[in-house]
Structure formats: C-alpha cells, structure tokens
Design a protein around this ligand. Sequence first.
Ligand SMILES: Cc1ncc(COP(=O)(O)O)c(C=O)c1O
Length: 420
Amino acid sequence: MIQSKPVYYFDNNATTRVAPEVVDSMVPFLRELWGNPSSAYGFGAQVHGHLEKARAQVASLIHAEPKEVVFTSCGTESNNSAFSSALSLNPTKKHIVTTAVEHSANINFGEHLQKRGFDVTFLPVESDGQLDLHQLEKSIRPDTALVSVMMANNETGVLFPIAEIAALCRSRGVLSHTDAVQVPGKLKLDVRELGVDFLSLSAHKLHAPKGVGMLYVKRRTRYQPYVIGGHQERGRRGGTESVANIVAFGRAADLAQASLHDENTRVRALRDRLENFILTRIPNTVRNGHRDHRLPNTVNIAFDFVEAEAVLLLLDQLGICASSGSACTTGSLDPSHVLMAMGLPPMRARGSVRFSLGIYNTDADVDFLCRHLPPIIQKLRDISPLNPGHPDNDQYDIAKARADHEREQAAEKALEAISA
Ligand SMILES: Cc1ncc(COP(=O)(O)O)c(C=O)c1O
C-alpha cells in the first residue's frame, strides 16, 4: 500500500477511485486472457468476446448501439477526434462553434486549429455559467462544420441544454458534439434523447482506470479516424485495444447506472450540506455557477480575500483533496478560464475552490471538512493584505488593493513573458 495517510477526497471531477469490483474485473485480462483481440485463433477470439461485451455495457450506459461506440485512449482524444472528423470530411467548412468554458481539451485544440487557418468561435457565458442559445444560433454560419458544447462543466458543474442545441444544429444541417465526460453516474445519459452526432466519455471519471475513453458516433454519421493505423474499432481507431481497461470501463458503466440514485440523493444531500455550511458559516463566500442547473456532486465557492492555492495547501496538510480548477491547468498562474468567462473579477476567481463529491464520500468526510475549513480561511484572512478586516487595514481600500494586486500580477506576467 503506497498511500497510508487517510485521504478525504473531494476532487471526483479530476479523477475517481477505481471501484474494487472494477479492479477485479480487469485482473484476468492482465494475468490469463492477454491475447490480442484481433488475432484469428481462439485465444484472441475469446478476448475479442469480452471486448464486445464491454462495448455493449458502455453503449447501454448512454442508450446507444454497440456499433456506435469507438474506444479511444481518453476524453481528450475523443473530443479531438470529433473536431477533426467534422473538419476533414467537410473540406469546404472551416468553422467550429464551441464555448469559452470547455475543458482545455477543446479550448487548446480550438486554438491549435485557429493557428492552422480554421475559424473557431468560443461563445461567452452568462455570470451564472449558462449559455445564451440565441447567441449560439447566430454564431452558426454556412461554413460551420461542428458545434461542440460540453454537457456539464467540470469546474462549476453547470449543465448545458444539449438536446436543444443538437436540435438547432440539425435544423441548420450542422454536426453536433458534446463532451459528456463529467456526466455518467451523476445524471442519466441517453444519446437518442440528446440527438447529438458525437459524444465523449472518459473512463477514469466513473471509477475505472485512466487510459481509456469513448467516442459515440451516431449511426450513419460519416466519420474519419483521428488515429490512423490498423483496422481495429471497425476501422475507426487504429491501435490494439487496451482490453483490461476497456473491460474495466464496461464494468464501471454498469456500476454507474446502478449508482445514479445514490449520486442524486445521498451525494447531492452531502454536497448541499457542505455548500450550505460554507455559505452560511464562512463570511464573504459566494457560489460560482447556477444553483439548480448543476451536477449533483459539484460545488465551486469563491472565498474572498484569500488565494485558493493557499487554501488547498493547508487542506492538503490534513489529507483533504480539492482543487482550484481543472487538474489539467493546475500549476498555471492564470485564474480559471471558466470563472473568468463568467465575469468574475480575477481576485475572486483566484480565491475559488471546487469540491466535487462522489459515491465513496461519507457524512464523516463532510464533517471533517466542515470542521477544518473555517479556521483555515480565517487564518489566511488574518494575514491577507486583501482583507478589509486585517488589523493593519483600518482604512483599507479593498478596491484599490485589488487593483494594485492585479497590476502587480500583470507586471509579473509581462516580465515572465519577456524573459521566456
Ligand atoms: C469535461 C472534461 N472533458 C475532457 C476531459 C479530459 O478527459 P481525459 O482526462 O480522459 O483526457 C476532462 C478531464 O478532466 C473533463 O473534465
């Protein structure tokens, strides 16, 4: 056992614990059934059978047909593949519509496409994280190849009306994709009801291992592979399938359907208890994101007058895991692009922390966090020059302090850029 200290895990949107049942399901494919599923002999065919069983399990999670499931290496690859296919099969179409609050898998790929001569519209969002559908409709052009809007935001949990967006796209003859990586196990997923052409999932967000994802490609939607190689995945994704991981994904898909109720009752209640505690017991706190149109497990809170990184450091000393944004952008000095797109002042975005709960969280976990969070915030505010209650700050002008601080940060960034 590598990890011996207890961990209070509130970062389930970053990744999830692999369920013990899922670990058990994959072991035979590491020990005994290690053949290549594409091999013609019986030993390979046997493995192939399990691969197809997992495909059916994952298809059932999203109410798709098994043939519509293409296994990939991760959610990022699935998203990149949908963009790439839509553009390469429609060479006269050079435009993609997405949002400013997507995961970096889309934001950075969109910027990469812009550098290669494509046009990408990053739609803004409202202050509660929601999208203006009229603006989305207006942004669709005759040369739009794809509209890609995430189903649930990984930082705030805010949900987007994907069925409405897909219907709009259909009426305009445009392909639609949704990054639903944060949704399985938390909310029902039905591709027939959603009506999208493409949908991405990632196994490690639903209690399966990292290294496997899925792209749903709707029947009769033309598809150009992104990873080109062998004829695996019916010619839609080259590379020998990661069988143990895929089997695990299938088992986790079954478990996710079974845990839907728990996520929407017990986990939701734990999240609400934590959120109510913070907002009522810790002054100068604000929830980021719409209160109702949100995943049941996610809460994102701005703690004024503190830096989230300092809060996370002190929480970490107690074994409490949370985050200040996407795990993929941790380490960046910039405030969260999601919170900035929602119009938060940079200081408030820098003081925002995401707690994302899951099926393994207990009442005792939330009690532990509620016991330790207020003194941590207090301790940091006591030494924060941004705090109007700071003893040295009787005449403290918070607006000026913020402006000064932001100017300093901008100067530091400019210096870094020059010396880079
Ligand atoms: C919304 C969303 N999309 C895509 C990804 C990327 O998934 P993966 O880590 O499997 O590449 C993540 C991971 O955090 C995510 O939260």
